[in-house]
Design a protein around this ligand. Structure first.
Ligand SMILES: [Zn+2]
Length: 314
């Protein structure tokens, strides 16, 4: 099974096309974020975000197994707490994406939204790290999200591994590891959508795996819908290539592709074919430092073709 834990809607997509994109890319379940960048939607326009959440609700409502809708709210807006509650309880959305721009996660004024998320025990996705489009990333440093520890029932994912503050993001997620909290109950995890430019990726992912383990890391393409399945598959291939270069074992790959995200989303994974099926079978199975199971597996490194880095992230 493969979960794409970070897919953007724009308002221009429809359900049929989204499902086709997922099928073409081999994605079983997609976490779809309500539109908030352009096409009449803006993080600075709360009314547009209400429209965005309504659009997303219509988009996902008949496919709860494949499409998981995340509301977007501006927590500075006084109505945002009730907007979030409405999005979950009435619109059927199942989590929330927030992008700190013009507010810091530790500010008093944004805590009421976090409190609602805590009450509903929601999975939350936050942009963390700089913005590639030139907006200031100063609101999005990973340590600022420690404020969520005051809302311990929320399940937080920090996008892009916080790049360029990847050590800082690692440290935030490490606290749960230090305290011995099982991955499935940890409050923080990181999505590995890039984020780090190509020259950084192998080093960053290897360090995250070594220190945090794959149970704290989840795949997200960060693609903007509508798009082709080939576009999502290209992002998947970046990850597959890194997995092969790092010679990751089957259990590690399984956690990255779906295990971590399933726990974040509160999904029960059904028994499935061995996760080796997710890997491209290069060479003989082998065991290495990144394997977390006893099965070994994975694949030998292979020469990867450099792929263009698309400088879009949010
Ligand atoms: Zn994004």
């Amino acid at each position: 099974m493969i979960i794409d834990a970070h897919l953007h809607c724009t308002g221009r997509e429809n359900t049929t096309d989204v499902l086709r994109t997922l099928d073409e890319a081999g994605i079983d379940t997609g976490v779809l974020l309500a539109p908030f960048l352009g096409d009449g939607y803006s993080l600075n326009d709360a009314a547009s975000l209400r429209r965005a959440n309504e659009h997303l609700s219509r988009l996902v409502r008949h496919h709860p197994d494949r499409l998981i809708g995340f509301a977007v709210v501006d927590p500075r807006d006084p109505a945002a707490p009730q907007d979030l509650r409405y999005a979950v309880e009435d619109l059927g959305l199942r989590g929330c994406k927030m992008v700190p721009t013009g507010w810091y996660p530790y500010e008093e004024r944004v805590q009421p939204v976090f409190a609602v998320a805590n009450e509903l025990a929601l999975p939350l996705l936050f942009h963390s790290g700089i913005f590639i489009d030139g907006r200031s990333g100063r609101f999005c440093r990973p340590t600022y999200f420690e404020a969520l520890r005051d809302h311990p029932r929320t399940r937080v994912a920090l996008a892009h591994m916080g790049w360029p503050w990847t050590d800082e993001a690692l440290a935030v997620a490490l606290i749960d590891r230090i305290h011995g909290i099982p991955y499935e109950q940890a409050q923080f995890r990181l999505d590995i959508s890039f984020g780090p430019p190509p020259a950084y990726r192998r080093e960053v992912l290897a360090r995250m795996l070594e220190v945090l383990g794959a149970g704290a890391l989840q795949f997200g393409s960060d693609c903007f819908l509508p798009c082709s399945g080939a576009h999502v598959m290209e992002r998947r291939q970046w990850v597959i290539d890194l997995m092969d270069e790092l010679e990751l074992g089957a259990d590690t790959r399984h956690r990255l592709w779906c295990g971590t995200a399933a726990a974040w989303l509160g999904l029960k994974l059904e028994a499935e074919a061995p996760p080796m099926a997710l890997a491209r079978p290069h060479g003989l199975p082998r065991r290495n430092a990144h394997d977390e199971d006893s099965t070994g597996g994975g694949g030998a490194a292979h020469a990867s073709v450099p792929r263009p880095w698309r400088p879009i992230c949010c």
